[in-house]
Design a protein around this ligand. Structure first.
Ligand code: HEM
Length: 504
């Protein structure tokens, strides 16, 4: 007897269709009327399906953030943006959602899956495990630790100056984000791994690594929905298919980590690296496994490079565009750096009020991470008269804090004086600076970020004259959420010519 497969499928198809339809109708009914978030305002379509987010972020290219903005304008400060997640736009509630370590709060699992591999502090869901992991890393990023590596930072900045010297030619145009990223990657790779990626030594400033980061950032929107794609790509890689350069890089770090662990066993691991900080810590052995260390190493490079580089790009654009601000900053720098090549400590530089204000304003306009990083509280949260059920992922994007007109008037303008004026009036505007996040999961690299941005700006602006090249405000205006804010597609980023050395 010949088994009629086609006939069986034909016979089953109507039943399968009815079952799928019944499931979808029941799910829709549940999400609209029975779900714990059913009473929260927001578009019905967002309550019913995550394809809504998919549409705005994947089809429309990173535009969900601005759709959330529209939703807030329509429905108020608390909105349901996916079937399971609430978003709140109220700067004064930020500290409740991103709360200090004393309050047990997890990260949401879909967010931490973006990177594909759990194991780093950044990608840890559980509150207590996160506290444990951070305990080993925090001393590595403390103010004192960063002050100790100032010579390393300065040496990389000097290398950047040498690169700019080679660009003093009217026909040479520098893409600022490329140069800035080469710098930050070289700093964090030297510090964390004890082995510099040396992007600044290369004519293309390490374009390969840059592409890896950008493609990973652009891929996050898809991975939020289909995180299993990571596993597929790793499997394909194992079978010899040339998948993404990101996977190749992950493999490279994994191998580097294994050799670091053997050096440590032999007592030959160079002091001062992230590997040493973790391997010599009191963390349990399972936390010192090469696989986990490798994920931590990847995260540090990823988290610590593009964010700081973008901030530098934004600040340089605004200063070169408004020479009054540039000259005011230079005058302040000249007072403590009479010779252009004087090097001054981070400690001295951070006492300069205008430089500090310029940096705060750049960090504000960088907007930190523009992808939602929801928190999950294990107890109900109260927002005004609304009770947010326990275990609900709640997010608050920095975009909504930093563009709040009441706190930052003309929010998209680069106005360092808002910081100097606030300081003069005793107003603690930093409370609303959320680029680094807040609370227990706040950025660990804050000190390193400030140190490298401060030293780089002071050195470059004291030593070089630059001139913008075909760059406009569009090059630094957020238009796409690709984990961090990217300008609209097609923008070439801020570019300048290096006119020459100051005073020559
Ligand atoms: C202007 C520069 C930077 C900005 C705006 C920034 C922003 C952030 C934000 C918003 C988070 C929280 C992410 C979340 O909620 O999931 C974060 C976490 C983190 N950042 Fe940064 N970052 C910057 C520079 C750096 C640097 C230079 C490093 C050094 C490697 C670094 C390392 C980290 C780490 C390790 C975490 C995870 C912290 C944890 O979960 O405990 N960041 N960063």
């Amino acid at each position: 007897m010949i088994f009629d497969v086609a006939g069986v499928v034909r016979g089953l198809l109507p039943i399968i269709c009815v079952l799928v339809l019944t499931y979808l109708i029941s799910l829709t009914f549940f999400r609209l009327f029975l779900h714990p978030l059913a009473s929260f305002p927001g578009p019905r379509v967002a309550a019913v399906t995550s394809w809504y987010e998919f549409y705005w972020n994947v089809v429309k290219g990173g535009r969900f953030l601005w759709e959330i903005e529209r939703i807030h304008q329509h429905y108020g400060p608390v909105v349901r943006i996916t079937p399971d997640e609430l978003h709140i736009a109220d700067p004064d509630f930020y500290h409740e959602v991103y709360s200090p370590p004393c309050k047990k709060q997890d990260k949401e699992k879909n967010y931490v899956r973006l990177g594909g591999q759990d194991g780093s502090a950044l990608t840890t869901v559980d509150h207590h495990l996160h506290r444990l992991r951070v305990s080993a890393l925090a001393p590595f990023f403390s103010k004192q630790a960063v002050e100790k590596i100032e010579p390393l930072i300065q040496s990389k900045v000097n290398r950047l100056c040498a690169y700019f010297d080679s660009c003093i030619h009217p026909g040479t145009v520098v893409t600022v984000s490329h140069a800035a990223l080469a710098l930050t990657v070289d700093i964090i790779s030297s510090y964390a791994y004890g082995e510099s990626y040396d992007c600044l030594q290369r004519a293309d400033l390490g374009s390969e690594f840059r592409k890896i980061l950008v493609s990973a950032n652009e891929g996050y929107a898809i991975l939020r929905h289909f995180h299993w794609l990571h596993a597929v790509m790793h499997r394909l890689h194992r079978w010899g298919c040339n998948t993404s350069p990101y996977i190749v890089w992950q493999k490279h770090i994994a191998e580097q980590t294994v050799s670091m662990c053997s050096l440590h066993r032999e007592g030959k691991l160079p002091a001062g690296t992230m590997f040493q900080a973790i391997l010599d810590s009191s963390l349990p052995d399972r936390e010192k496994e090469p696989r986990r260390l490798s994920v931590e190493a990847q995260t540090l490079l990823h988290a610590g490079s593009e964010t700081s580089a973008k901030t530098l790009e934004i600040i340089l654009f605004h200063l070169l565009e408004d020479t009054a601000k540039l000259e005011r900053l230079r005058a302040e720098l000249v007072a403590i750096m009479p010779e252009p090549t004087n090097s001054v400590s981070w400690n001295e530089l951070r006492s300069l009020p205008y430089l500090s204000a310029v940096i705060q304003e750049g960090i504000r306009l960088q907007f930190g991470i523009t992808t939602r990083s929801p928190r999950v509280s294990h107890t109900p949260m109260l927002y005004k008269d609304m009770v947010i059920p326990a275990e609900t992922p709640v997010s608050m994007l920095t975009w909504f804090v930093h563009t709040n007109e009441a706190i930052f008037p003309h929010p998209l303008e680069f106005d360092p004086d808002r910081w100097t004026l606030a300081a003069e009036h005793g107003i603690r505007l930093e409370k609303y600076l959320t680029s680094f996040g807040k609370g227990s999961r706040r950025c660990l690299g804050v000190n390193l970020a400030y140190a490298q941005i401060t030293i780089t700006l002071a050195t470059l602006l004291r030593q070089f004259e630059f001139e913008l090249f075909e760059s406009t405000i569009d090059d630094v205006t957020p238009a796409r959420d690709c984990f961090i804010a990217y300008p609209r597609k097609g923008c070439k980023g801020v570019r300048f010519r290096v006119i020459g050395r100051v005073g020559k």
